[in-house]
Design a protein around this ligand. Structure first.
Ligand code: FES
Length: 111
């Protein structure tokens, strides 16, 4: 599948240890920024009960869901054990300060 990159703004548009939401036909996508200014994107829907991951707090390369505190790995969308499930993971890249998001989720997560 071809990647479908869209420019979504600059790194400074995303709060550090937080996220901004990008609307897509597939639903909202949360674009996160870590303390190290790495950027990751997940479907804005927790694999537990659909909580808005974009409102969670980022710790390292994980986000804690604001509803029941499941931890989700930002670099795979997989929930941290003992919880099970995953949120769709979208490729993101930085070119200078510009942030590009691919609307083609990685295979493997049905969520
Ligand atoms: S909805 Fe995210 S932990 Fe329950």
């Amino acid at each position: 599948m071809s990647e479908n990159w869209i420019e979504i703004g600059t790194l400074s548009d995303i709060p550090r240890l937080g996220a901004r939401v990008v609307e897509s036909k597939q639903g909202d996508i949360a674009v996160f920024r870590t303390a190290d200014d790495e950027v990751f994107a997940l479907r804005d829907k927790c694999p537990h009960k659909g909580g808005p991951l974009s409102q969670g707090i980022v710790h390292g390369k994980r986000v804690a869901c604001p509803l029941h505190d499941w931890k989700i790995n930002l670099d795979s969308g997989l929930a941290v054990a003992p919880d099970e499930g995953c949120a769709a993971y979208y490729p993101v890249k930085l070119e200078g300060d510009a942030v590009f998001l691919s609307l083609t989720p990685n295979e493997g997560c049905p969520n």
